[in-house]
Design a protein around this ligand. Structure first.
Ligand code: SF4
Length: 408
């Protein structure tokens, strides 16, 4: 990556860069014989108060050039530099995080010199789209190449309830080795940075037509999110920033972290006062079967996971969802359903039954629809809340990790 990712800058770093950059511009202009550089307020937002010392200090007759290339000059006051820095940070963040522009050139209310300076120093996208599969009616998947040549997948899902969901990856590969998953076949390469995950969200948002916006995020792609908890949390906090704070404004209740079930990570999320929804991929009602399907279970066991889930519920008051991929002839029997009933009776949980999508090279097959219906009924009759979720994406190498694998 020849230029630094702009998305990796925090507000303090951006403010510092802006201060240094404006000093450089100012020095250049002064040595070239221009007047003392002063900030341009022509593009200040209306929320900057007149009493701030900026708006009220704009002289009506000045046409001198400024540090930011505007023909308007202003009387300086002691509080201008900080106000100006904060304003610029806020203004640029709105473009990058809320509008989601992919070039600095598109930031139409920034002075040209500043846009050029930003373009020379930073890049707004470090990923390259290697492949784009699917259709808006079904699901769309992107295969992204990262700055270091690694590849990840992310998916945009639409439904008839006007939901626009970004399904993002949290790692390159995955160390969990779930038996039915293409990603788990090759192990983990590295964690994704928070700004790389944020860029996945922006890339998926770019697939939407004008006037449509992402409404939901699920961390359900490649990788185990709780093995990269700090970065995942930071990316989601950023995506859930309100629009007033220049964020995307995707409410925390519309964001889901999906884990294989790492008890220490679930407890840490609870301690953080997690505002996001938590989904645990259970996939089996007993340790013997789960050890075979989800090998990470061998180190934890179902009971410890359920205890951590209960702790999460008590701390956050947020009900946990349990995902259950239904594998034909493996975990879809009525006796499995009855075992699930004994695990969840009386507990605050929702169980999502997800009929399996076949993955090339793996020995599993989808369940019969009548088997899934019977399984669901057994749970419902016991008073357990259950939903059947059909995965979209017949045309997009739908299973997580499948596209990356097929193109490597
Ligand atoms: S299903 Fe999820 S946790 Fe399991 S191997 Fe695949 S990516 Fe990892």
């Amino acid at each position: 990556m020849s230029k630094r990712s702009f998305l990796s800058l925090d507000d303090t770093e951006l403010a510092t860069w802006l201060a240094e950059s404006s000093t450089t511009h100012a020095a250049a202009l002064c040595s070239a014989g221009h007047v003392t550089p002063r900030p341009n307020t022509s593009d200040l937002p209306s929320e900057v108060p007149a009493a701030s010392g900026i708006a009220s200090s704009v002289p009506s007759d000045s046409t001198s050039p400024t540090a930011f290339g505007s023909p308007t000059a202003h009387r300086e006051s002691a509080c201008e530099p900080n106000l100006r820095k904060n304003f610029r940070v806020s203004q640029i963040r709105r473009w990058t995080d809320q509008v989601g522009v992919s070039t600095f050139e598109a930031m139409s209310n920034l002075p040209k010199a500043l846009r050029e300076s930003l373009s020379k120093t930073f890049t707004l996208r470090t990923t390259t789209v290697l492949e784009h599969q699917g259709t808006p009616e079904d699901a769309e998947k992107l295969l992204l190449q990262l700055y270091d040549g690694e590849r990840i997948e992310c998916v945009l899902l639409r439904d008839d309830k006007e939901h626009r969901t970004a399904c993002i990856s949290s790692q390159v590969g995955c160390a969990m080795h779930c038996a039915f998953c293409a990603t788990g076949m090759d192990g983990v390469v590295r964690n994704l940075e928070s700004w790389e995950m944020f860029e996945e969200i922006l890339r998926l948002g770019e697939l939407l037509p004008a006037g449509e916006r992402l409404t939901h995020i699920v961390v359900m792609g490649m990788g185990e999110p709780l093995a990269n908890l700090s970065n995942v949390y930071a990316a989601l906090e950023r995506a859930s920033r309100s629009e007033d704070s220049n964020g995307m404004g995707i409410g925390a209740r519309r964001i889901t972290i999906s884990t294989v079930g790492i008890p220490s990570g679930i407890r840490r999320l609870a301690e953080l006062g997690c505002r996001f929804h938590l989904a645990i991929s259970l996939h089996a009602p007993n340790d013997e079967l789960r050890d075979a399907i989800v090998p990470a279970n061998q180190a934890t066991g179902i009971e410890t996971i359920l205890e951590a889930a209960q702790y999460f519920f008590e701390k956050t008051k947020r009900r946990v969802t349990f995902e259950y991929v239904v594998l034909g002839g493996v975990n879809d029997s009525p006796s499995c359903a009855r075992e699930l009933v004994s695990l969840f009776r009386g507990k605050p949980a929702l169980i999502n039954l997800i009929p399996y999508n076949p993955v090339k090279g793996l020995p599993f097959h989808p369940p019969h629809s009548s088997t899934v219906a019977e399984f669901s009924e057994i749970l419902e009759r016991a008073g357990i809340e259950v939903a059947i979720r059909y995965r979209k994406g017949e045309k997009i190498d739908a299973a997580c990790g499948q596209l990356r694998r097929n193109r490597t």
